[in-house]
Design a protein around this ligand. Structure first.
Ligand code: PGA
Length: 250
């Protein structure tokens, strides 16, 4: 059976009080679903709290970013081994906000992906086009280049231990969700791209959709052949909204 992943990217939101109450509700509401994998991506300072609340439960957690270096004189940065030290299984790499606001280009993202795997983390490689790129008919070209940079650095086999998240920039935090048809088309493009390199890897690869996923659209998205779950921003910040998405997985 195909397992669907619902991953909550909290971005720069939260407090100890919020983390405690959100996680308690999410843990209570997501038990015992063999078709569902749930993960949360809190800001770094809350990782130990998440670890203490979720340890031993089916819920996994990860960092929102990591530095490409293993350690050293990089004031303000966090390495992959620090994330595994707090029980992280996953880490986001190349989120569009990192690319757009913090200047992480394709080569930088590829280095972070590689560093994640070297630290034993499963990278969630985020890719996606802007509205200008979509309107110029460049969606596939942009997504392919974002993936190619990682393939050049780490090779196709590395995707046996990675997740891809397709997040069209124009759908993130805007309330504009890609239609299931639009999302499925890009997901199929991504899977075909991997299939040309390795059929087994392509068949097993999890490709999440992100961009205004909500309880009202998740079931339709997750029903598509190549959409293996969602990377959820805004709707992951309240238990009710996040659980509504999880409940779409039966
Ligand atoms: P959103 O964010 O669900 O608020 O659109 C998704 C993301 O940025 O991962």
């Amino acid at each position: 059976m195909r397992r669907i992943m619902v991953a909550g990217n909290w971005k720069m939101h939260g407090s100890q009080t919020m983390v405690r109450s959100l996680l308690e509700s999410v843990l209570a509401g997501t038990r015992d679903n063999a078709a569902l994998d749930v993960a949360v991506f809190p800001p770094f300072p809350y990782l130990p709290l998440v670890q203490s609340l979720a340890a031993g439960s089916p819920l996994a957690w990860g960092g929102q970013n990591l530095n490409p270096h293993a350690q050293g004189a990089h004031t303000g940065e966090v390495s992959g081994s620090m994330l595994t030290d707090f029980g992280c299984r996953y880490v986001l790499v190349g989120h569009s906000e990192r690319r757009a606001i913090y200047g992480e280009g394709n080569a930088d993202v590829a280095a972070r992906y590689q560093a994640a795997q070297e630290a034993g983390l499963v990278p969630v490689l985020c890719v996606g086009e802007t509205i200008e790129q979509r309107e110029a008919g460049k969606t596939e070209q942009i997504v392919a280049a974002q993936i190619d940079a990682v393939l050049a650095e780490s090779g196709v086999q590395s995707f046996g231990e990675a997740i891809v998240a397709y997040e069209p920039v124009w759908a993130i935090g805007t309330g504009l969700t890609a239609t299931p048809e639009q999302a499925q088309a890009v997901h199929a493009f991504i899977r075909d791209k991997f299939a040309a390199l390795d059929g087994t890897i392509a068949g097993q690869l999890r490709i999440l959709y992100g961009g205004s996923v909500k309880g009202s659209n998740a079931a339709d998205l997750f029903a598509r052949n190549d959409i293996d779950g969602g990377l959820v921003g805004g709707a992951s910040l309240t238990a009710e909204d996040f659980l509504a998405i999880c409940r779409c997985v039966i």
